[in-house]
Design a protein around this ligand. Structure first.
Ligand SMILES: Cc1cc2nc3c(=O)[nH]c(=O)nc-3n(C[C@H](O)[C@H](O)[C@H](O)COP(=O)(O)O)c2cc1C
Length: 453
C-alpha cells in the first residue's frame, strides 16, 4: 500500500468460499487434505469453526445440480463436483455447530420452485438465528438440465426472466406473516393474529403461487440475497435484488469498472449503493515468506493430472470438447457458451492475447495463475488497495486447498488486516445482515393498515 493513496473509511467484508477439500482440482490429493472432505461432516464443521474464529462475515457453499459432462476416466480423478453434501442440508448442520458466522448456500432458480426455496431459506434463517443467505443462481450447464427433463440448459435470457420473477415470489412469500403475527396465547387459544397473515396470490409469466408460506417471517426479515451476475441481464438482476455481489475480475481496472457499474445500476434501481456489497474473488496461498508460499503452490500444482486439466478447460469454455483438436495447435473458434459467456470470453482472450496452444492454455488455467501467492503483508496490501480504490467492499476468499489455506489466512492474514484497522476483531452483531451492515427489510405489508387476504 503506497502512502499516496487515500485511505477509505470502514472495514472490509470477508466471505469464506468453502469448497471442501479446496478449489484446486487436485486439492483432495494433498497430503494434508481430508480425502473425503466433501462428505465428511466433522471436517466441514472444523472448517466453519475456523472461519468463525477468523470472524469472517459468512461461509459460502457453491452448488451444481448435476455432474458436468465429461469422460468417466476424467471424472473419476476429481472430487468436488462428484461427492459433496447438498448445501442447504449442510448449512442446517453447520447452524448448530456455529454461533455467529453467516451461512450462505447456493440454490438454482432454473431447477427449483419458489415455494420450496422460500421455505428452505426461511427455515435456515430460523434455525441459525438470522444467519442465512441465498446465493441466487440460474445454474450453469447441460448436465444440470438433463436432470430436470430437458436436453440442454435453458437459454440465458429466459433463465434470467424466470430468476427475476422467482426472486419476487420468494421475497413475497417471506412476508406471509407480519413480524408480530404470532401470539402463542395458550389461554385465549389464539396462535396468531388473523389479520397478520397474507396470501401472495401471485400470477405471473412463470409462476402461479398462492401462499402463504407455512413458517413465520425470517428473523432477518429476508435472508440475505447473494448474486453474481456478469452479463448485462445478470448485472441488472444483481443490481436490482443482490445484497452481496460476487464477481471474478482478475485485474484492478476491470474490478473497478464492474464495481462502479453495479453501484450505478443499483442507484438507478432506487437502491442505496452502500447496501449492495461487491465482493471479488480472491484466491490466496500464504506463507511466512514468499519462498514458503511458492513451495506450497508448487507442491499443489504437481498433483494435477493433465487429463483433468484439459477436461477442466473444456468445461470452462462451455462444455466444448477439445479432444478432437491437436493439443499443440491453437484454440479453435467456439460457439458462444450458454453457461458463462463472460467466463468463456476471458479464457479465449487469454489464449489469443498470448498466442497459446490448447496444451499451454490448459496448463495456464490449471496452474491457476490468478491465485495470489504471497506473505501476510502482500495479501493484506492487495486487499487494502482494492478496497481503497473502490474495486471491492471486501472479498470472497477462495482457498485452493483445505484446511491449510484457510488456517493460514486466519492465522496470518487476518491479524495483519486487524492490525491495519481493516477488519473486525470480534463480531459485534448476531445476524448476517448485522455483520454486513445491511438494514432489516420491512415487510411489504408493513405500511398497510388492512391485511390483503
Ligand atoms: C464467485 C462465484 C461463485 C459462483 N457460484 C455459482 C454456483 O455455485 N452455482 C452456479 O450455478 N453458478 C455460480 N456462479 C455463476 C453465476 O451465478 C453466474 O452465472 C456467472 O457469474 C455468469 O454470469 P451471467 O449468468 O450473468 O452470465 C458463481 C459465480 C461467481 C463469480
Amino acid at each position: 500500500m503506497t502512502s499516496t493513496q487515500p485511505r477509505r473509511s470502514g472495514q472490509v467484508h470477508l466471505n469464506a468460499f468453502l469448497k471442501p477439500p479446496g478449489e484446486f482440482l487436485a486439492a483432495w490429493r494433498h497430503p494434508h487434505a481430508v480425502a473425503d472432505a466433501g462428505v465428511n461432516i466433522r471436517h466441514v464443521i472444523e472448517l466453519a469453526r475456523t472461519a468463525e474464529r477468523g470472524t469472517f462475515d459468512a461461509i459460502f457453499l457453491a452448488d451444481l445440480v448435476g455432474v458436468p459432462l465429461t469422460s468417466q476416466e476424467v471424472l473419476s480423478r476429481v472430487s468436488v463436483v462428484n461427492d459433496s453434501f447438498e448445501p442447504t442440508t449442510l448449512l442446517a448442520a453447520l447452524a448448530t455447530a456455529t454461533t455467529r458466522i453467516g451461512l450462505v448456500a447456493t440454490a438454482s432458480t432454473t431447477y427449483n420452485e419458489p415455494y420450496h426455496l422460500a421455505r428452505t431459506f426461511a427455515s435456515l434463517d430460523h434455525l441459525s438465528g438470522g444467519r442465512a443467505g441465498w446465493n441466487l443462481v440460474t445454474s450453469l450447464n447441460d448436465a444440470e438440465a438433463q436432470n430436470f427433463g430437458l436436453d440442454s440448459h435453458v437459454e440465458h435470457e429466459l433463465r434470467y426472466a424466470r430468476a427475476a420473477e422467482f426472486h419476487d415470489v420468494v421475497t413475497g412469500l417471506w412476508d406471509s406473516f407480519d413480524d408480530d403475527a404470532f401470539r402463542h396465547d395458550q389461554t385465549a387459544g389464539v396462535y396468531f393474529d388473523p389479520e397478520k397473515i397474507h396470501w401472495l396470490n401471485h400470477a405471473g409469466t412463470h409462476f402461479r403461487v398462492s401462499g402463504p408460506l407455512n413458517i413465520a417471517r425470517p428473523p432477518q426479515g429476508r435472508p440475505v440475497v447473494v448474486q453474481a451476475g456478469a452479463s448485462e441481464t445478470g448485472r441488472d438482476l444483481a443490481a436490482r435484488v443482490g445484497e452481496v455481489i460476487f464477481t471474478a475480475h482478475p485485474t484492478l481496472p476491470g474490478a473497478q469498472a464492474y464495481y462502479a457499474d453495479i453501484k450505478t445500476r443499483a442507484a438507478a434501481a432506487g437502491r442505496d449503493p452502500d447496501h449492495v456489497i461487491v465482493l471479488p474473488a480472491l484466491s490466496t496461498i500464504v506463507g511466512r515468506t514468499q519462498a514458503e508460499a511458492e513451495d506450497k503452490i508448487a507442491a499443489l500444482r504437481s498433483l494435477l493430472d493433465p487429463r483433468v486439466a484439459l477436461a477442466d478447460l473444456s468445461y470452462r469454455l462451455g462444455g466444448f470438447d477439445l479432444t478432437a483438436f491437436p493439443l499443440d495447435g491453437p484454440l479453435p473458434e467456439l460457439p458462444p457458451s450458454n453457461q458463462s459467456l463472460s467466463g468463456q470470453r476471458q479464457i479465449v482472450d487469454q489464449a489469443r492475447a498470448n498466442n497459446l496452444t490448447i496444451r499451454q492454455l490448459a496448463d495456464q488455467i490449471a496452474r491457476d495463475d490468478r491465485t495470489l501467492v504471497g506473505t501476510p503483508t502482500t495479501v493484506a496490501d492487495h486487499i487494502e488497495e482494492w478496497f481503497d480504490q473502490r474495486a471491492a467492499d471486501g472479498f470472497n476468499v477462495i482457498f485452493p486447498y483445505l484446511p491449510d489455506a484457510l488456517n493460514d489466512f486466519v492465522d496470518l492474514v487476518i491479524p495483519e488486516l486487524r492490525r491495519r484497522g481493516l477488519f473486525r476483531t470480534a463480531y459485534t452483531g448476531r445476524t448476517l445482515r448485522e455483520h454486513l451492515g445491511l438494514p432489516r427489510p420491512p415487510s411489504r405489508y408493513a405500511s398497510r393498515s388492512v391485511a390483503s387476504t
